[in-house]
Design a protein around this ligand. Structure first.
Ligand SMILES: Nc1ccn([C@@H]2O[C@H](COP(=O)(O)OP(=O)(O)OP(=O)(O)O)[C@@H](O)[C@H]2O)c(=O)n1
Ligand SMILES: C[C@](O)(CO)[C@H](O)COP(=O)(O)O
Length: 225
């Protein structure tokens, strides 16, 4: 059994403030998206890599990733992360497990991929996540509305892994209902499928704002890269 990974890389990078799609930012001389794709290229259980890209960046990505043979397709994304992923999901060949992983998360490890893949095989749906370290408040109009019990709070990451049918059904249902979620698991949860949690790593950051680039440099130093 193998898995196919869908890597959404069709964003604007607005919060990064770099004026372009942040997946092309170089971290220690290597573009973020190459670092991310490289991990899956080297992961034995990964059989195919598909990316969602902005229409006018497909050529650039094709060139940038030309030496990764597992990259089978780079598909035009959409206006939202969910639509980008769905555009790809609709065209990939049927497979056992589909993983979805943000192109902006280059520090994913094979250890997390192994754990997630195993859980998806056993449970049909699994996500990588880490326990919240800070107290989280629900804030409405600048006022605290509630403080959820921290021991129940996990910070959701990607990859998120599902059987092909579970994920496709969830996306079809979300489209039919006009539901827009911020991760793939929220679409699956609303279909009644139980999503399991695999322990992720605090290293698996999503490069979102400029401060994240400082952490990225420190992570590379920690890994001796
Ligand atoms: N319409 C979109 C939006 C996001 N993404 C991808 O989904 C991942 C997570 O999204 P995010 O971190 O929000 O990236 P951006 O949308 O680029 O960031 P911002 O919201 O700051 O513009 C990124 O790899 C991004 O390229 C995508 O493929 N299609
Ligand atoms: C999917 C995700 O990475 C889980 O934390 C996150 O929801 C993506 O959010 P974004 O605003 O699209 O980066």
């Amino acid at each position: 059994m193998m898995y196919t990974v869908i890597i959404p890389a069709a964003g604007q990078g607005r919060r990064m403030g770099c004026g372009h799609n942040k997946v092309f930012l170089e971290v220690d001389g290597i573009p973020v998206i190459r670092r991310t794709v490289e991990v899956f290229q080297a992961h034995t259980a990964c059989s195919a890599i598909y990316l969602a890209a902005k229409e006018d960046e497909i050529g650039q990505l094709t060139t940038l990733l030309h030496d990764f043979p597992k990259v089978r397709g780079i598909i035009a994304g959409g206006s939202e992360r969910q639509y980008s992923i769905y555009n790809v999901l609709k065209v990939i060949p049927k497979t056992d497990i589909v993983m979805v992983h943000d192109g902006a998360r280059p520090f994913i490890s094979h250890e997390t991929l192994d754990a997630l893949y195993e859980s998806a095989l056993n449970n049909r749906a699994a996500i990588a996540a880490v326990p919240a370290k800070d107290t989280v408040k629900v804030v409405v109009d600048g006022q605290v509305s509630s403080t959820p019990e921290r021991s129940t709070l996990w910070l959701t990451q990607t990859p998120q892994a599902f059987t092909y049918d579970v994920l496709l059904t969830a996306y079809q249902r979300a489209e039919a209902d006009g539901f827009l979620g911020t991760d793939d698991a929220s679409l699956v949860e609303r279909t009644g499928v139980i999503v399991h949690v695999a322990q992720g790593s605090y290293d698996n950051i999503k490069l979102t704002t400029p401060e994240d680039l400082y952490f990225a440099a420190a992570l590379l130093k920690k890994r001796g890269i």
